[in-house]
Design a protein around this ligand. Structure first.
Ligand code: ZN
Length: 252
């Protein structure tokens, strides 16, 4: 069993770091609603008053020091099969987050996945090829285009609206980015404006690298794809701003 106060602290900071920017983070919702899935129980649920929508009042969870935990059966399965929790963790990562940020999340929750899990996600090679071709094999932000013989190295096709969130695998939802800019984009350190300028977050900062790799592109228009019809779709950019981008735009 784990006390809600502890869940609130840990889950709250994970949501702030990896979740979309919100005015408040409602950690009581998963803590409470997991009961409906039959995998989680809150023995003292009866002391908690509920909102009209059937959710727990956060203040009650705090005041009464309510704890929750896996049901006996689920706890037993997790205990009997030591790899089960890891498979679930990998499954959740695959279903909800782009591979470029899996490592950061695993580090934050202090889970080490077996090596077999790394790079297990199949890359969509058609999408990759189409997007790289659209941007002529160059990072749309910095122009990085190192090749080994004729093969581009460390160049990726980022989904603007994550595939895991239903973003399509079309050029208008893609951006050719070097691995560094892909990581910064997927973590929300920068996004794009409607005019396709790089917009850096006021939450991003640093000394070495920050100026050279991020701030110097702030307000600059990204490299355009070779066809107008490949240009990023405003709806996907809006999704990225709302769901991935952290903080506010820095001043131009
Ligand atoms: Zn780049």
């Amino acid at each position: 069993m784990i006390r809600y106060a502890e869940v609130d602290e840990k889950l709250g900071s994970l949501l702030r770091e990896f979740g979309p920017k919100r005015r408040a983070y409602h950690t009581q919702l998963p803590f409470w609603r997991l009961q409906n899935d039959g995998v989680w129980e809150i023995p003292e649920a009866y002391v908690v008053s509920q909102t009209p929508s059937g959710d727990a009042r956060k203040s009650d969870l705090d005041v009464y020091g309510v704890s929750g935990g896996f049901t006996e059966e689920i706890a037993r399965q997790l205990q009997d099969d030591s790899a089960l929790a890891l498979r679930i963790a990998q499954g959740m990562l695959d279903a909800h987050f782009p591979p470029s940020i899996h490592e950061d999340i695993l580090q934050a929750v202090e889970i080490k996945l077996p090596l077999a899990g790394v790079g297990r996600v199949k890359r969509d090679s058609v999408f990759l090829e189409n997007v790289l071709k659209a941007y002529e094999y160059r990072c749309a932000v910095c122009g990085f285009d190192v090749r080994l013989r004729h093969q581009p190295v460390a160049l990726e096709a980022a989904h603007i609206k994550w595939k895991q969130a239903g973003g399509p695998t079309e050029e208008t939802n893609g951006l050719a980015l070097c691995v560094l800019h892909q990581r910064l984009f997927d973590r929300g350190a920068f996004t794009l404006s409607k005019q396709l300028q790089v917009m850096v977050s006021d939450e991003a900062n640093g000394s070495a690298g920050f100026q050279e790799w991020l701030m110097r592109y702030h307000g600059e228009t990204v490299g355009f794809p070779q066809r107008k019809s490949y240009c990023p779709d405003g709806a996907y950019i809006s999704w990225h701003v709302k769901e991935v981008f952290q903080g506010e735009f820095r001043e131009l």
